[in-house]
Design a protein around this ligand. Structure first.
Ligand SMILES: NC(=O)C1=CN([C@@H]2O[C@H](COP(=O)(O)OP(=O)(O)OC[C@H]3O[C@@H](n4cnc5c(N)ncnc54)[C@H](O)[C@@H]3O)[C@@H](O)[C@H]2O)C=CC1
Ligand SMILES: Nc1nc(O)c(N)c(N[C@@H]2O[C@H](COP(=O)(O)O)[C@@H](O)[C@H]2O)n1
Length: 227
């Protein structure tokens, strides 16, 4: 395939929102779903987020369970998967939690349009990969990650990155926890934002499974990619 197996994991409200209109993080998942997410992190080679998520949430993206961290270590891996930020203009703050918390490699994926001084600063903290001219070229990046040994890749959002990955045919499966709340707001991000598909071109999914979890439901979808 020339790229890793790629899945999106996300939590959304019953009306499809993944955070508020101010892009403030909301606890949508319950304990069981957060634990399922932790297992997905622990069994992935790398976790990817967009710069919008880093600026909004400052996530650490670490594996939370001590036993899972220990098991990863025992199998010769770092306690945390490689943590990757898609950041065309190299805006990741130098004091972001992904640099401070956990262990293992960090990658900042930038484009040719990133300011050189910012790239130099980030190189003190992470491996910086340049792919694409104005925006990160996600297809080229996925190929490069594959050649580095990343075979199982978890996408943790946000809405714009999810769109970019899906519209480039780069996603195999989506795991979406739907929580028992409404967030509302025309501008609140949804599972997939971006410019959207045309009517004749909508992306089809196959339902792989559904399960009641916490006070919501977990939906598992396979993406029917066109190529
Ligand atoms: N409930 C959940 O499961 C999750 C919710 N979120 C929420 O999502 C929101 C952030 O989502 P967004 O603002 O959409 O930001 P995002 O995290 O999707 O990052 C998008 C940014 O990535 C950059 N980028 C670089 N190369 C790109 C490319 N090739 N294609 C597209 N974008 C590229 C652009 O600067 C773009 O604005 C936050 O409010 C956060 O709380 C984020 C993760 C999980
Ligand atoms: N799966 C899930 N459920 C929720 O209810 C959420 N609010 C989120 N949010 C995302 O989780 C990330 C936080 O990671 P750390 O705890 O800092 O490791 C962050 O990206 C949130 O947007 N996810």
């Amino acid at each position: 395939m020339g790229r890793p197996f790629i899945f999106i994991n996300s939590a959304m409200s019953a009306d499809g929102k993944i955070s508020t209109k101010e892009r403030k993080q909301v606890r949508i998942s319950g304990d069981v779903d957060f634990d399922r997410m932790d297992e997905l992190r622990a069994t992935s080679d790398a976790i990817v987020v967009g710069i919008g998520t880093v600026l909004a949430d400052d996530p650490s993206l670490t594996v939370k369970s001590k036993s899972r961290r220990t098991a990863r270590k025992a199998s010769g891996s770092d306690e945390d998967p490689i943590r990757i930020v898609i950041d065309s203009k190299a805006r990741t703050p130098l004091d972001a939690d992904i640099f401070i918390k956990g262990e293992g490699k960090r990658i900042i994926a930038v484009s040719g349009s990133a300011p050189e001084d910012r790239v130099k600063m980030l190189q003190q903290k992470a491996l910086v990969i340049t792919a694409g001219d104005e925006q990160v070229d996600l297809c080229a990046l996925m190929k490069e990650l594959d050649s580095m040994g990343v075979k199982r890749l978890m996408i943790e959002g946000g809405a714009t990155l999810n769109w970019a990955m899906l519209s480039n045919g780069l996603v195999d499966e989506i795991y979406s926890f739907v929580g028992n709340l409404l967030i509302g707001g025309t501008c609140a991000p949804t599972l997939v934002d971006g410019s959207g598909f045309d009517e004749d071109d909508v992306l089809k999914l196959d339902l792989m499974g559904m399960e009641k979890m916490d006070e919501g439901v977990l939906l598992k979808w396979a993406v029917v990619n066109r190529h």
